[in-house]
Design a protein around this ligand. Structure first.
Ligand SMILES: [Zn+2]
Length: 416
């Protein structure tokens, strides 16, 4: 008999819940609703009687308070059901590898898909663990079904143990995180939690309170098109202006392929090219919001220089805000991270603070009024056919969630 979290996890990964960037509907794919509806039913069966799916597909539910203390804040736990569009999530066949001993794990449906400790150093923390992988042709969906399974299992645990004192606990399952729309219709008021945690992180003990700050930049070069046979002295080729611009971007830094840790970047990722008009889209990223501006200024300078070398061309530049580093919000609510660190320590783990070189639903929720750092769920090598989770880490995520509910209750009413 498998432990409850593993049973749930193996069940959830069989739902194809891939989201779709190109879709204009919400959720981006209808198939996500199948799992969302089943999750609401499962929560109701566990006794969370208000569990429901709203008109946009979000599942919300409450574990009622058990504490007699007044004023214990409502805490939320959030996970997303969709899987990455980068890799198939259809007909996932999960495989349990018991007591991992460091050997190569060859996935049966694709002999070239091999989990080797040399390539995936995180596997070292899972020696002796039971590991789940997919079968070699799809992702596993641990991102974020490990988080979903951890939250449902923690809710079941709290419902079965009313002697554990905690305040009201809110749960949300969301669609479309992987296509950046997970919070688009998230009703913060309806959720009605003071603080929340996304359960969508890596190895045990991990807490993420910092994400990138992000802008999207569009540089449109205008040229002049005419019949190439009669173009002498008249044609201005916007493609060449854009090429000069891209070529001038720093090669030895400021790019995703040459930075890590705290360094940000300026990243051209889409070019739509024609002689008349060529658009370059860039991602601008930094942990310091103020430093986004420096990068945008540099891009603008380089664009102007390219235009100067091609008389008759011109450039139009647009910048839109994508999201901001959640640390700016979380620093004003230090208890949120402090209590999570306390819970992680209480289950016997070392706290590992990591940076998110990207954004999460939590970055957006934090700025929507719901401070939301991210906690580990035991996800590894996500968006890949080599994705894996450790059952023991998922169990630690469940214990951390339950402990965190208790910490909030215990600390509430204490002087700050
Ligand atoms: Zn995720």
């Amino acid at each position: 008999m498998y432990p409850p979290i593993l049973q749930r996890f193996l069940r959830y990964v069989r739902y194809d819940t891939q989201s779709d960037e190109s879709s204009t509907s919400f959720p981006s794919t209808q198939k996500q609703l199948v799992l969302l509806r089943d999750l609401a039913a499962e929560l109701r069966a566990l006794g969370l009687s208000d569990a429901a799916v709203d008109e946009h597909g979000y599942v919300m539910a409450t574990v009622p308070a058990t504490s007699p203390k007044p004023g214990v804040p409502t805490i939320g736990f959030i996970a997303h059901v969709d899987t990455s569009p980068e890799m198939s999530g259809a007909s996932v066949t999960p495989i349990l590898h018991r007591a991992y001993d460091g050997r190569d794990l060859v996935l049966p449906d694709n002999p070239s898909a091999v989990l080797r400790m040399a390539d995936l150093p995180e596997l070292a923390i899972a020696l002796g663990h039971d590991i789940v992988t997919a079968s070699g042709t799809t992702l596993l969906g641990g991102d974020d079904k490990a988080g979903v399974a951890a939250i449902v299992t923690a809710a079941a645990h709290l419902m079965a143990h009313p002697e554990i004192p905690h305040g009201p606990i809110r749960i949300a399952f969301t669609p479309d995180e992987e296509v950046g729309r997970g919070t688009l219709h998230f009703d913060v008021e309806q959720f009605n939690a003071r603080y929340a945690y996304t359960i969508d992180g890596g190895g045990r003990g991990e807490i993420e309170t910092e994400s990138f700050s992000a802008d999207a930049m569009t540089v449109t070069f205008h040229g002049f098109n005419t019949h190439p046979g009669y173009a002498r002295g008249r044609m201005v080729n916007a493609i060449k202006v854009a090429a000069a611009f891209i070529d001038a971007l720093p090669a030895d830094g400021l790019s995703p392929e040459s930075t890590d840790g705290r360094d940000g970047y300026l990243h051209p990722y889409v070019v739509e090219a024609s002689v008349d008009r060529t658009t370059v889209k860039l991602l601008v990223r930094d942990f310091e919001t103020g430093r986004l501006r420096d990068k945008e200024d540099l891009a603008e300078q380089l664009a102007r220089a390219a235009v100067a070398r091609h008389p008759g061309s011109r450039a139009e530049i647009g910048v839109t805000e994508s999201y901001r580093n959640m640390k700016e919000v979380l620093d004003r609510h230090p208890d949120v991270a402090a209590h999570a660190r306390e819970a992680i320590r209480r289950v016997g783990l070392e706290v590992r603070d990591t940076l998110i070189r990207g954004g999460t639903d939590g970055s957006r929720l934090s700025f929507m009024g719901l401070p939301t750092p991210n906690l580990f769920a035991g996800e590894h090598a996500f968006h890949s056919r080599l994705e894996w989770v450790s059952v023991q880490e998922m169990e630690l995520a469940v214990r951390t969630i339950a402990e965190l509910c208790r910490v909030w209750e215990e600390k509430s009413g204490e002087a700050d």
